[in-house]
Write a protein that binds this ligand. Structure first.
Ligand code: ZN
Ligand code: ZN
Length: 416
């Protein structure tokens, strides 16, 4: 592992990526503070983000850097009892910051397989402790109280995982270019490109919201699945309005339109079409069967132990919190790359998520209490894990309450 600078990252495109994060991702408003997390290796991007944020009128930009070697030191040398610890004080402060309208920016770029060789039980304990401590702040993100954004930086160890046959500098350059392309930071006017992309996604969500399907039915290899949609569900995608009134693009990149499934109304079986990289473990060939919305059987050819631990996190971990549609021809899918990072891989494929739902995926979701969300079929959990079920062989029908069927996807593409 190194923390040296890589001159294979185009500085002009890196600057445009920072501009996209601030102007498209956050739509940062004058006077707003920013809380930013990033790997230490992503400092070149963090510095450019700070510059664009202050030029856009940021009040205060507060970065918090992490480091792969520091994370590994915990697993190698940390005392056993420490794996149930989490920085609750930090998340309490973060929740207060969100209450004061601080925007949240996360730069991802660490090696997704960093913890692959570590003790799975310790990884799960640390993850659970962190999820519980994070909850007060996380609810304000999933509830979309404030504008937030995730953007990626081509960390060296991540790049070597995606491009194992290349030398480090070449791998970093290739991952950088893939990130810039997927994030629309490689065009003359990225902000205009995002405006057009958001409009295209909006046309899809408008159509789906007009249909008001009762359920979606998926068929394909190893898949015969009916996903009931939550009562009063709303499809969203691309730019959306946070509760603080700011229109932002939380995920850069994003190709999905998504909504809330009904936690009690999922029946049948489904197979994953891409490996899921979950906190350092690759989980492959996931096959699950649902009854009454609950996963009653689960297997995986690889990472099954971690998958089963995840499913046992809490009651909601066995139920769905998100259903998302992405055409097989999406630019990220067309790149043919496996990024080992959900931010990218979920945008290459139709996917579903185990765990927590998004209250913004309901009509007037910002006015619903957690109890109302649950009554309408919204799931609740400490986890939210997306995994990929799309391919060029998947057909999806929308099913109306009276049983009438409408083609939505054919062979992995929008039917109309
Ligand atoms: Zn998604
Ligand atoms: Zn998701």
């Amino acid at each position: 592992m190194t923390t040296r600078q890589h001159n294979t990252i185009d500085p002009a495109k890196l600057d445009k990526l920072a501009e996209v994060a601030v102007k498209v991702g956050l739509q940062l408003q004058p006077g707003q503070d920013v809380f930013l997390t990033a790997p230490a290796a992503a400092l070149p991007l963090v510095r450019r983000i700070a510059e664009h944020a202050y030029k856009a009128g940021a009040g205060l930009v507060t970065p918090l850097l992490s480091d792969e070697e520091v994370t590994l030191a915990r697993y190698r040398f940390g005392q056993d009892a420490g794996f149930d610890r989490a920085a609750g004080w930090l998340y309490e402060g973060l929740a207060k910051a969100f209450d004061a309208n601080t925007a949240r920016l996360a730069v991802v770029g660490d090696n997704p397989m960093l913890l692959a060789g570590e003790d799975a039980a310790k990884v799960a304990r640390a993850s659970k402790a962190n999820s519980i401590a994070y909850r007060p702040a996380m609810e304000k993100i999933t509830g979309f109280d404030i504008n937030w954004n995730i953007v990626a930086y081509p960390g060296a160890s991540w790049a070597r995982l995606v491009f194992p046959d290349d030398e480090e500098d070449a791998a970093v350059g290739k991952l950088a270019d893939a990130i810039f392309a997927a994030s629309r930071a490689d065009v003359a006017d990225p902000v205009a490109a995002w405006t057009a992309h958001n409009a295209a996604l909006r046309a899809r969500t408008d159509w789906l919201n007009g249909q008001r399907f009762h359920a979606l039915h998926y068929s394909g290899p190893g898949t015969d699945l009916t996903i009931g949609l939550a009562d009063g569900h709303e499809w969203v995608g691309g730019a959306s309005v946070a509760r603080n009134g700011i229109v932002c693009n939380p995920n850069i990149p994003t190709e999905e339109v998504f909504t809330t499934p009904h936690a009690q109304r999922v029946e049948g079986h489904v197979r994953s079409t891409k490996p899921l990289s979950y906190q350092g473990t690759l989980i492959d060939d996931i096959a699950v069967r649902f009854e009454g919305g609950r996963i009653v059987e689960a297997s995986a050819s690889r990472g099954a132990e971690v998958l089963n631990k995840v499913l046992d996190t809490d009651e909601g971990a066995r139920r769905l919190g998100e259903v998302a549609l992405v055409p097989h021809s999406s630019p990220i899918s067309a790149s043919g790359l496996l990024f080992y990072n959900t931010l990218f891989d979920e945008n290459a494929s139709c996917h579903i998520a185990l765990g927590q739902c998004y209250s913004k995926c309901f009509v007037d979701g910002d006015k619903l209490t957690p109890e109302q969300v649950a009554a309408q079929g919204g799931n609740s959990s400490f986890i939210h894990i997306d995994w990929m079920i799309g391919s060029d062989k998947i057909d999806i029908d929308g099913i109306h309450a009276d049983g009438r069927r409408v083609p939505v996807f054919r062979k992995g593409e929008w039917a109309a």
